[in-house]
Design a protein around this ligand. Structure first.
Ligand code: 5GP
Length: 332
């Protein structure tokens, strides 16, 4: 665990509102009962609909960040906590959200302000399209994303498709448009068994995919999809605890990440929602080492490969790699 703490880490899959710790929720004046409910998933033994339950819990975080001030504070705290966990590069993602006292534009501007006003670590922003929203709302969100990307091309780096995987569809046209504007694309893919959608997503060739649970045939995926996925070598964003607690994988040991390890395919280790799942990136690295037999060297390589898969500029990647290399020379 100590090694995992000390290792400089790269976080590529963290949802802002799922990352609020109980301490941050307290600062944001969230009622104590809500904070306890927010952490419910870590206390439950397998019940069937755990993935859907996770989605109802995000409402608590959303209530806590429904104003400009609280959104600012939440972002600041989340970045500070990742920094304390020795994360040196963070890609934070969030869904632009309108509230009675805050427009979607205010929301995104506030997060950008919080990112720019800190100098602890390099932080990039990915903006999410919620697959549960109707096409009209998603298109509005996309137009805002494209506008904001023109204003802050160094911070807004990509578009993500997330939200409850049991609802909505993957609308390829929107992501083609985003890609044409120079944004990178990451898609939550195969969180539930849906071979047809997975095929459509893989054929689009996203820059990264999130979770990827039901792609390999062992987990019900089609041979064709697994071949496509491994031929394309699209980096996988792994979120071990999230998948175990949402009950989409049976245990850490049986996590589909082992297929990526065995086949030497690119993957990175992430927290997903460190608040909802009571985790840290240090813990996720530790679980990977412990349950999937990754050596210290492999964990270090994992950080390096994550840099390659990140949406940072080439110059930023080089800086991060130099930093890691210097760390390795001293500690490994
Ligand atoms: P936000 O976008 O509000 O900052 O973060 C919370 C939102 O991220 C949730 O409402 C949900 O749309 C999305 N999200 C968080 N975790 C997951 C996950 O594991 N899978 C998917 N598909 N979406 C998620």
């Amino acid at each position: 665990l100590e090694f995992c703490q000390k290792l400089p880490k790269i976080e590529l899959h963290a949802h802002l509102n799922g990352s609020l710790s109980p301490e941050t929720l307290t600062v944001l004046n969230t009622p104590i009962e809500d904070i306890k409910t927010y952490q419910l998933l870590t206390k439950l033994d397998c019940i069937e609909d755990q993935l859907n339950l996770a989605f109802t819990l995000f409402k608590i975080a959303h209530n806590a960040t429904n104003m400009i001030e609280s959104t600012y504070l939440a972002t600041k705290h989340v970045i500070e906590e990742f920094h304390k966990d020795n994360v040196i590069y963070l890609e934070l993602r969030t869904t632009p959200r309108a509230e009675p006292q805050m427009t979607k534009r205010d929301y995104v501007n506030t997060i950008i302000k919080a990112i720019r006003e800190q100098n602890l670590i390099t932080v990039k922003l990915l903006l999410s399209i919620n697959r549960g929203h109707c096409l009209k709302e998603s298109e509005e969100t996309l137009n805002l994303i494209l506008e904001m990307h023109e204003l802050y091309p160094d911070i807004i780096k990509g578009v993500d498709l997330s939200g409850n995987p049991n609802v909505g569809i993957f609308s390829e046209a929107m992501f083609i448009k985003a890609r044409k504007s120079g944004l990178k694309i990451t898609l939550h893919c195969a969180e539930v068994l849906n071979n047809e959608e997975v095929k459509q997503m893989l054929e689009f060739k996203p820059d990264r995919i999130g979770h990827g649970t039901f792609i390999h045939p062992t987990y019900g995926g089609s041979t064709e999809n697994w071949k496509l996925c491994s031929d394309l070598r699209i980096p996988l964003e792994c979120c071990l605890t999230s998948n175990v607690l949402c009950n989409t994988v049976q245990s850490y040991k049986e996590h589909h990440m082992c297929e990526w390890v065995e086949n030497n395919l690119p993957f990175n280790i992430n927290t997903d929602d460190k608040g909802v799942f009571s985790t840290t990136l240090t813990k996720e690295y530790f679980y990977a080492a412990h349950h999937l037999n990754l050596s210290k060297e492999s964990l270090y390589n994992c950080s390096c490969i994550a840099i390659d898969s990140s949406f940072a500029s080439e110059e930023e990647k080089l800086k991060l790699k130099t930093y890691l290399k210097e760390w390795k020379d001293k500690h490994l």
